[in-house]
Design a protein around this ligand. Structure first.
Ligand SMILES: *Cc1c(COP(=O)(O)O)cnc(C)c1O
Length: 394
């Protein structure tokens, strides 16, 4: 550990987000990490370079982002990818033909598509279990199991999975625990500290935070694993460009203040919706009667900015509600400063068969809100008029 790294590791989250990996540029003194928009790096003599040769293998802007994200997750190594899915695919490239993965079935739709439609062609097998019951994960592990793959809180029903229990199961079976930490963000949850081996992020969401850049990252603590990931990423090429890395790094600087506001707004929105007759059920881990509330308090430092609801008026009400909001844009994605509304049944979770969606608790009356950081009174007023509009169509 260098002196600087040692110093940084003692600093707090907000400070690391702004400074880690981001010292003044050595050649010019530029205070902010420059966009190194270059393919290649000139060598003084054959093999004599300053640590960079070609931007697929390494780029200084990307490296700043990687160091920052690694620090925020409490891992030694960060790897940035061109998208969350590229990062997820990158993690699965640690697998070989014949390997088996146990997956908590409340899974991002794109991961499900990769696991069901692409990776089986390479001889990797997947078993899906209810991740809220760690004993099911334990039972599904076989000698060939190399990975346990979970998300918490889950999408869109915001269920909590016990990360420490999964870490203990992974240790006992000698396999890796992979946690997709996109919904929680490193501000609220650090899976490596709870026994995970790989943390996955779609930086497209809260980390980038402004819905203007696609990206992904893996954070690991094991050196051998990091070099294997680096090798496969260089061999397969799924890197982000310097501009995208720079935008993501800029987003990261304000992650803490944004997450506090997302959570404060989501809490108010959840309480507002709880009192409405048009709303049958509110799913938000911050509500005391949410089944995962205690676990969230144990393994997270907050409850996040996502709120899911079931409308009393069924499918027609849900569809009308999605159309009637004015501030909440009807759009895929989440985690940006602006509020979004989504209809999981045929949007984010379209890749799942209907029975599968029902088993997860997603119905045709389910609506997912990514609560932004606009003024919360404006958000509640928008939801109020949209609920009234939805009730009138019913
Ligand atoms: C969006 C998302 C992904 C995929 O990320 P992209 O950046 O869209 O490729 C993976 N996992 C979760 C939980 C997500 O929300």
């Amino acid at each position: 550990m260098s002196k600087r790294q040692e110093l940084m590791s003692k600093r707090r989250f907000e400070t690391r987000a702004i400074h880690e990996g981001q010292s003044a540029d050595e050649s010019t003194g530029a205070t902010i990490v420059p966009v190194y928009q270059t393919v290649t790096f000139t060598q003084d003599a054959v093999g004599q370079h300053k640590g960079y040769e070609y931007s697929r293998s390494g780029n200084p802007t990307r490296k700043a982002l990687e160091q920052c994200l690694a620090s925020l997750e409490g891992g030694r190594y960060g790897l940035a990818y061109g998208s969350g899915m590229a990062a997820i695919h990158g993690a699965t490239q640690l697998l070989e033909s014949g390997d088996h993965v146990v997956v908590a079935d409340d899974l991002y739709g794109g991961s499900f598509r990769l696991f069901t439609q692409v990776l089986p062609n390479y001889g990797v097998r997947f078993t899906y279990v209810d991740g809220t019951r760690p004993e099911e994960i334990d039972k599904a592990c076989e000698p060939a199991t190399k990975m346990i793959w979970i998300e918490s809180p889950t999408n869109p029903m915001l269920r909590l999975i016990d990360l420490a229990a999964c870490g203990e199961i992974a240790a006992r079976h000698g396999c890796w625990l992979v946690v997709d930490n996109t919904f929680a963000t490193p501000f609220l949850q650090n899976p490596l500290a709870l026994g995970a081996h790989i943390v996955v992020h779609s930086t497209t969401k809260y980390i980038g935070g402004h819905s203007d850049v696609i990206g992904g990252a893996l954070i690991v603590d094991d050196e051998e694993m990091a070099s294997k990931l680096q090798l496969t990423r260089n061999a397969t090429g799924g890197v982000p460009g310097p501009w995208d890395a720079w935008l993501t790094l800029r987003g990261t600087k304000t992650l803490a203040v944004r997450m506090r506001q997302h959570e404060a707004n989501a809490t108010r929105v959840a309480e507002f919706l709880l009192g409405r007759p048009e709303v049958e059920q509110v799913y938000f881990p911050g509500l005391p009667d949410h089944p995962g509330h205690q676990l969230a308090k144990k393994q997270m430092r907050g409850f996040g900015g996502m709120v899911t609801i079931d409308l009393s008026g069924g499918k027609p009400a849900a569809l009308a509600f999605c159309q009637a909001t004015r501030l909440f844009s009807l759009a895929e994605s989440l985690g940006g400063v602006e509020s979004l509304i989504g209809y999981p049944w045929s949007m984010s979770h379209a890749a799942f068969p209907d029975e599968e969606k029902r088993r997860k608790g997603i119905s045709e009356r389910t609506v997912r809100l990514s609560v932004g950081i606009e003024h919360v009174d404006d958000l509640c007023e928008d939801l109020d008029q949209a609920l009234q509009a939805a009730a009138n169509t019913g």
